[in-house]
Ligand binder design. Structure first.
Ligand code: GCO
Length: 477
């Protein structure tokens, strides 16, 4: 779509901001030429990385003084995780980190984004520090640096100490103190070696799926709990960033948001409005308060309830001028009106529409990443975007020492084309991180769905580079 059409389809929303409105069904397929591109097209400063998280990869759930996390607890509740699986061992990154970082290097990536397990550092949530836990991340960081890979740390990727979850977790305003303490400990400890920090991974996922839909830890189904978790994690996001700024000289500070490109099923007004409401929750809810725009209650009046949770000064406390915003994109969402209270919108699944999807029913729609990058680039306060996660799950099979995951290669190629197209049109996108270097524990799906560039046999823990890993090795080499 050319720039003029794009501008025609934007309108003033929120505090005079230009936000993307929805495009006509006939415009949905943005033709990407199948032309090849090379790494150099993205520029020499572009960051190429892989992303992973502590609970999904480390295992060693009760080793060397680690405390129990909300996910250790949740995964033991019968029926919560497919096939009753848990991440007690996961990819055993705790013991195999050196091998995995060597593989990341072999694939020619220069950035490794990983998270720190809060209960490994503070087994009781606050107070006593576990020195073995501190030492583990020193080893990971040092290994990265020794092979020329930049460590990028996410402070929180969903594993909260269970002792704190038991006190309400993100629904307890005290989380501001708890999370500040954790941030202080890790930034003081690692700040001299690590300059790139992301505060939180996808607030919407653990607040929405954890406190409202009950399918992630802690498994609550309450709108009240959801509201509290939204507001307190929004405050923590900015507060923790301020702590990083204070503790880490020359820090590059970001945070990450889950995004999805949303389209109405057709051009009926009720469906367009439903898509707008869905957009308010799925794309705008967390970025806008952080930019000083408040919650998007203009589009979704139910969010006015959040005001009841405000204490004096909160409006300002939610704001932080991030150096970069991490965009995590996997699929497009098509919406239609529904009577469901609150959002009054529902998703029309990929299977109902008969379009290509991954193994988790996420529609494969690379143009969506282009649209999302354009959309976020229109916020005045955003200076720099990095795609901190993008990837897909396909039915991988290890046969004769190879995994021919052509579907994943095609996914990456088309999504990289989308990034490049946005970049060429002036979007300030400066990095792309693949989710994920190795297969790992995919939350409520357990080990069924695989996202890795490297295959893991979860019985032997043996690693095999998939064709997609080999593709990146050649592309980035
Ligand atoms: C997320 C998380 C990852 C997931 C990945 C694949 O975006 O949900 O950051 O932990 O594993 O997205 O679903």
């Amino acid at each position: 779509m050319n720039r003029r059409n794009w501008i025609k389809r934007t309108g003033a929303a929120g505090a005079g901001l230009l936000l993307a409105k929805y495009i006509k069904a006939s415009d949905l397929t943005l033709a990407f030429d199948a032309k090849d591109f090379v790494k150099a097209d993205f520029g020499s400063d572009f960051k190429w990385g892989v992303a992973a998280s502590s609970y999904q990869t480390e295992g060693a759930w009760n080793i060397d003084g680690k405390g129990e996390s909300n996910w250790d607890f949740f995964s033991r509740i019968p029926g919560k995780i497919e096939r009753g699986e848990n991440a007690d061992v996961a990819a055993d990154f705790y013991h195999k980190y050196a091998e995995d970082i060597d593989l990341i290097k072999e694939m020619n990536f220069k950035v490794f984004r990983f998270s720190i397990s809060w209960p490994r550092i503070l087994p009781n949530g606050t107070g006593e520090i576990n020195l073995k836990g501190l030492e583990f991340y020193h080893k990971v960081i040092d290994k990265c640096i020794s092979v020329g890979i930049e460590p990028w740390i996410t402070i929180y990727h969903w594993d909260m100490p269970q002792v704190l979850e038991a006190q309400g977790g993100w629904t307890n305003r005290k989380v501001l103190d708890w999370f500040s303490e954790f941030t202080n400990v890790v930034t003081k400890e690692y700040g001299s070696k690590v300059k790139n920090w992301m505060v939180i991974n996808e607030q919407l996922s653990y607040t929405g799926l954890g406190y409202m839909q009950g399918i992630f830890a802690p498994g609550k189904k309450s709108i009240k709990a959801f509201m509290k978790s939204i507001h307190y994690s929004t405050l923590c996001n900015a507060e923790s960033a301020r702590i990083i700024r204070k503790n880490v000289i020359d820090a590059n500070i970001g945070t990450t948001f889950v995004t999805t490109h949303i389209e109405p099923i057709d051009q009926q007004k009720k469906n367009i409005e439903a898509a707008n409401r869905m957009d308010a929750i799925m794309n705008r809810l967390f970025i806008e308060p952080c930019l000083g725009l408040g919650y998007p209650e203009d589009t979704l009046p139910i969010l006015k309830k959040l005001k009841k949770l405000y204490e004096p000064g909160d409006e300002q406390r939610m704001v932080f001028d991030f150096d970069f915003i991490g965009i995590q994109y996997y699929f497009r969402t098509v919406a239609k009106h529904s009577m469901m209270p609150g959002m009054r919108a529902k998703e029309v699944k990929a299977s109902e529409r008969g379009v290509p999807a991954n193994e988790m029913e996420g529609e494969i729609y690379p143009e969506g990443l282009y649209h999302i990058l354009k959309k976020f680039s229109q916020y005045k306060g955003i200076r720099n975007l990095i795609v901190t996660e993008n990837g897909t799950c396909v039915p991988d099979k290890l046969e004769n020492g190879r995994v021919h995951d052509q579907g994943r290669i095609d996914y990456f190629k088309s999504h990289l084309e989308a990034v490049l197209k946005a970049k060429k049109e002036g979007v300030n996108v400066n990095g792309y991180f693949v989710w994920s270097p190795t297969d790992n524990f995919e939350w409520n799906k357990g080990y069924r769905t695989r996202f890795g560039l490297v295959y893991i046999d979860f019985k032997t823990l043996e690693r095999t580079m998939k064709d997609s890993g080999l593709w990146f090795k050649a592309f980035l080499g």
